[in-house]
Design a protein. Structure first.
Lengths: 187, 386
């Protein structure tokens, strides 16, 4: 029950933010292709759900900063989140440095692996490989996941899943209402 | 009966004592012991036996148990502390006897999804489930650190206690230490390396497994999977499916509406109430689509009344629909959209403020919703009289 209460306030906030963003779009887009519209809707939704977190989670910060990379989204972000769009540089630099560290680590691992070749690959080794590759895949899925360690990755994933569910729920409701209200082309 | 009463009283006492220390969820074997105790040993002055076991590691017990290795006193205390109903018939105890020694040597990380408590622990299961649980934890490295950080995630204090679940039985371990600020106390288990690296490693693994349990609850269908790799796979699939759903829904919304502003103007208030009302179980969600429509009519004088008059639906029909929560008929919505299109966005902003204010007052929304409905009925009545 408590979860439902928390969830409903989350949904309301997301809806509010989302609609704010959509309104912005309508002001300057009149004739757009469906793909552009879809992109705009999705963008507004993503920024809306990310701003419900108020930069407390890494995925939300990464999402907003990714969106703000493209200069045209700046006004959107500011409108939705109510605060200034983050400067690109800080996140970019951190990411660069982490990539360098990762690259050096990877080369070290390759060298180590070449030195020791197990003749029999045990089950635990396979397990470890599987876990590693899947962790990497998960990192790619969660926004901003590349730079996280495993513990915080799981924490971020939990939060991200909750937010995604809210997003899907509200968007689904919106779509179902839109279904009922769809104007016939003849009108 | 007095024996049983005594037993119960002791269980309760132990439970109260230990619950402050946040006891683990424990061995299944111990639970089965409980069951067996209840069923098998009532005659034997069971209360004394229980007490004796609670007081000290009692090797004499083993006679009744065919050489089962059950652990030390504190473990039993802790297992009693959890008010588990005796789940296992004596037959299961026999199974445990076989599986226990084998299970002891393997680590498990399961079952806590059932008990979403602050304590996370890995319970070595019976041999049948042993294989699947091997994947989760390394062999021979049972996790037994208690973590209270679930309650306060940001705090770094972790109270831990030990679980001497190794092959050597009958060890006494004290209950957990009192939490101190900013220190993570981890006690090394017997047979384990005590250097800081492995301890830290164990804490880290415990954190990970604890969080994976949360994920297990979140992701549907993850309950049966016990391996880390399998669960990660499920999680990845779930996140991918959610992301694809978002894509699909945004495409659907883009396809539906020729103009975005049309969409926001019309659906805004409806959605607000839908979302509001979703937290109120009494009101069906689809019914809300009816009411907000009417609400808008009341909000905007002239245009509203003209729209309302054009509605083809009879008020009784709409009332019916409200109760049975059937969707509004298409002609209604057509008129709605055409009418509302003429309304300027500016007026909507003012209404938006009101609506935003409304949405947070859940208590009011029920009455709020009913009012416009009655207003609509009046309007259409007027027309029909004419």
């Amino acid at each position: 029950m408590k979860e439902r209460m928390q969830n409903s306030s989350l949904k309301q906030e997301f809806l509010k933010n989302w609609i704010k963003g959509l309104q912005l779009h309508t002001n300057f887009n009149k004739n757009t292709t469906i793909l552009e519209r879809r992109k705009a809707i999705k963008l507004s939704a993503d920024i809306a759900i990310a701003s419900t977190r108020n930069s407390t989670t890494r995925w939300s910060r990464a999402l907003i900063s990714d969106a703000s990379r493209d200069g045209s989204n700046k006004t959107l972000i500011e409108k939705i989140s109510g605060r200034e769009a983050p400067r690109k540089d800080s996140f970019g630099l951190i990411r660069c440095s982490k990539k360098i560290m990762k690259r050096s680590r990877v080369t070290r691992q390759i060298r180590a692996r070449k030195a020791v070749l197990p003749s029999v690959v045990g089950a635990s080794l396979i397990e470890k490989k599987l876990v590693k590759s899947r962790t990497r895949a998960l990192k790619r899925l969660v926004p901003g996941g590349e730079d996280m360690d495993e513990i915080s990755l799981i924490k971020e994933t939990i939060d991200y899943i909750v937010s995604l569910r809210v997003q899907v729920d509200v968007m689904g409701r919106m779509a179902s209402v839109a279904d009922r209200l769809i104007p016939f082309k003849s009108l | 009966m007095s024996v049983l009463e005594r037993q119960r009283a002791r269980l309760n006492w132990q439970q109260e004592n230990l619950i402050q220390h946040q006891p683990f969820t424990y061995f299944n074997e111990n639970e089965h012991f409980d069951g067996a105790f209840l069923m098998g040993n009532v005659d034997q002055g069971f209360g004394e036996l229980l007490m004796g076991r609670a007081m000290k590691p009692d090797p004499g017990f083993e006679d009744g148990w065919n050489g089962l290795n059950y652990e030390n006193v504190s473990e039993f205390e802790m297992s009693c502390a959890l008010p588990r109903t005796a789940s296992g018939p004596p037959a299961v105890v026999a199974d445990d006897g076989k599986g226990k020694e084998a299970a002891l040597s393997s680590a498990t990380g399961k079952e806590s999804f059932k008990k979403r408590k602050a304590d996370t622990n890995n319970i070595p299961k019976v041999a049948a489930e042993e294989k699947s649980q091997d994947k989760k934890m390394k062999r021979g490295a049972e996790e037994d650190t208690r973590i209270t950080e679930q309650n306060s995630n940001s705090k770094s204090t972790i109270t831990t206690a030990n679980d001497n679940n190794k092959e050597t039985p009958d060890e006494n371990s004290k209950p957990s230490e009192a939490p101190k600020p900013d220190y993570i106390h981890v006690r090394a288990r017997r047979g384990q390396a005590t250097d800081s690296h492995s301890l830290a490693e164990r804490v880290r693994r415990e954190k990970i497994s604890e969080r994976m349990k949360y994920l297990q609850d979140l992701v549907p269908g993850c309950n049966k999977i016990t391996g880390k790799a399998g669960m990660l796979d499920e999680i990845i699939n779930y996140v991918q499916s959610l992301q694809r759903q978002v894509q699909f829904l945004s495409m659907k919304l883009a396809a539906m509406n020729p103009r975005l502003d049309f969409e926001t103007d019309n659906y805004l208030a409806k959605e607000m109430f839908q979302v509001c009302a979703s937290s109120i179980p009494a009101i069906g969600s689809s019914a809300e689509s009816v009411n907000p429509t009417h609400l808008q009519f009341n909000g905007f004088g002239k245009g509203v009344s003209s729209c309302g008059l054009e509605m083809g639906a009879n008020p009784p029909d709409v009332a019916l629909r409200r109760t049975i929560s059937a969707p509004v008929s298409i002609p209604d919505t057509l008129f709605v959209s055409s009418c509302l299109n003429q309304i300027q966005p500016l007026t909507w902003d003012a209404e938006l403020q009101n609506l935003y204010g409304m949405e947070y007052q859940q208590g009011r929304s029920t009455s709020f919703v009913s009012q416009p409905f009655s207003g609509f009925i009046d309007a259409s009545h007027v027309k029909q009289e004419m």
